[in-house]
Design a protein around this ligand. Structure first.
Ligand code: GLN
Length: 510
């Protein structure tokens, strides 16, 4: 295949490599499936899977956290397998197929296959997500000034998927039943794969994304080709992950040393210790110039973890709050998951123009300041949600406007941090560990879900009935949002306080 197709730069559209637009649609549909499913997930767990439990919120929070943590942690493994063996194309295909299987299994009305379905999505996302993002970068020459705007276009694709999917899957879910919503997510994933496949057929990827060594990949080991082993490994990983996801209960009695930690919590804790140890080792073994930049890279990764930890509550606690305590109009609770992406689509370009305009006047804030403001905005967004309690009616329902403003502020905060962070990691990390640092960056989303789980468990409402709501749940949520806003504002102020030091450490990197 590689010999017959042209170089990536030879086919362009609007000045960008034509391949970008195929990857744009492939990722749009993959995110459609991911976020369409996510919009239904917590509500489905609380109302169906764990319906019979009084502590159904707790169980749902724990599973949501394990799923989210593993779905992002798997990207580190998938990225590594792709870099060393499989190449982007095969990884994206395998990942997409596994994700589609996961969504279609969710479409089968059977509680027992639920965890296996989630596990397929975890493994599939590991192969799909990191590799399609890196594939985008590989279509451009190094230092190509168009690369940044290529990524902005790609981020738009992500959010178009994240915007329409909760609307459609949410509607199908409530009008016809959960499983139709999950089924549509599966159809979305297959559509994404078709776009990717048609890109390959059209030859728009040049010779990018092929395995680093095809001969090596086809060599037989224990009777099977290496590439077959990778698929076997993926299919074996799924049931193991399913068992981890199903082990949502605390390891101990819920008290004492283990507290309410489950196996996945403990695994992430232990791995976390190793990561910190390894980072410490790296920091002490680089030149002092590299060390300064690395400290900033690690700091912004930690800030990002905290931010996603608040942000990703949208798929759990905030969806439950929306379903129980918000007077919704136009959208139902699952569909409110589309608001974040909607604001990202509306604001991404204006905010990037704002940076350019400020840059011209030489007042574009340096990265640590942007992170500080981003965190403050997250704090402000939860402050608005906490304030909504004061406007609650006698049934404990708050006006929808508060949720709308909350998502607006959170999305602005996201745009101050997320797109900026990724490119800074590459600028701030020594070349020889840049891939490892990318892995750590992706792990920040994984660890964020551990925080989401912790908060979700604190705000779990125990009740005999899954239709709990109104005044029974209002105060728990409002107190929780109030506390989160204080932590986030505190963290934002702290970042702004140390920003001058980080700015110095960054040297010439903006
Ligand atoms: N919304 C973005 C995406 O889906 C980023 C999510 C994250 O890293 N937590 O790609």
């Amino acid at each position: 295949m590689a010999q017959t197709i042209s170089s990536p730069v030879s086919q362009t559209l609007f000045g960008h490599p034509k391949g970008l637009f195929y990857l744009f649609f492939a990722e749009l549909w993959e995110r459609f499936s991911f976020y369409g499913m996510r919009a239904l997930l917590t509500l489905y767990m609380v109302n169906v899977i764990f319906e019979a439990l009084t502590e159904r919120d707790f169980a749902a929070a724990a599973v949501y956290a394990s799923y989210g943590s593993l779905v992002y942690a798997s990207t580190v493994v998938g990225g590594r397998i792709s870099d060393t063996l499989f190449g982007y194309r095969k990884s994206i295909f395998l990942g997409g197929i596994l994700m589609a299987i996961g969504h279609f299994v969710l479409a089968i009305p059977n509680d027992y296959t639920f965890f296996l379905a989630l596990a397929f999505i975890v493994v599939g996302n590991g192969f799909f997500k990191p590799n399609i993002s890196t594939f985008v970068g590989s279509l451009y020459k190094d230092q190509d000034p168009l690369k940044d705007s290529g990524f902005t276009i790609f981020y738009m694709g992500i959010n178009i998927g994240g915007w329409i999917a909760p609307l459609l899957c949410g509607w199908l879910g409530s009008a016809y039943g959960w499983h139709y919503g999950f089924g549509l997510a599966g159809i979305g994933m297959v559509t994404g794969l078709l776009f990717f496949w048609s890109g390959i057929r059209a030859g728009v990827f040049g010779d990018q994304g092929l395995p680093p060594n095809q001969v090596h990949l086809e060599e037989k080991v224990l009777g099977l080709k290496r590439q077959t082993w990778i698929s076997v490994f993926a299919f074996i990983a799924a049931p193991i992950i399913a068992i981890l996801l199903a082990s949502y209960k605390a390891v101990g009695s819920g008290e004492g040393f283990f507290g309410d930690q489950n196996i996945v919590n403990l695994i992430f804790k232990i791995v976390g210790v190793f990561i910190i140890g390894y980072l410490g080792y790296i920091i002490s073994n680089v030149s002092s110039e590299e060390r300064k930049k690395l400290i900033v890279a690690i700091s912004i990764t930690i800030f990002m973890t905290l931010f996603w930890g608040f942000h990703e509550l949208s798929g759990s606690v905030i969806t439950l709050f929306a379903s129980r305590n918000v007077s919704l109009t136009l959208l139902d609770a699952a569909q409110t998951n589309s608001l974040n992406s909607m604001f990202i689509i509306l604001l991404a370009l204006p905010i990037s123009w704002m940076w350019t305009a400020l840059d011209k006047r030489k007042i574009n804030p340096r990265t640590p300041y942007k992170f500080g403001f981003g965190m403050l905005l997250a704090g402000l967004s939860f402050f608005v949600l906490a304030m909504s309690g004061k406007a609650a009616n006698t049934e404990g329902m708050v006006p929808f406007t508060y949720l709308l403003i909350m998502y607006f502020l959170l999305s602005v905060g996201e745009l101050f941090m997320s797109p900026v962070g990724l490119s800074k990691i590459t600028d701030l990390s020594p070349q020889r560990i840049v891939a490892f640092m990318m892995g750590v960056w992706f792990l920040s989303s994984a660890y964020a879900f551990q925080l989401v789980g912790f908060i979700g468990k604190q705000l779990a409402i125990e009740s005999e009935s899954a239709t709990v709501g109104g005044l029974d749940s209002l105060n728990t949520y409002i107190d929780g949002f109030d506390l989160i806003s204080k932590y986030a504002i505190g963290a934002g102020l702290l970042i702004l306080l140390i920003a001058p030091i980080l700015k110095k450490l960054m040297g010439s990197v903006h």
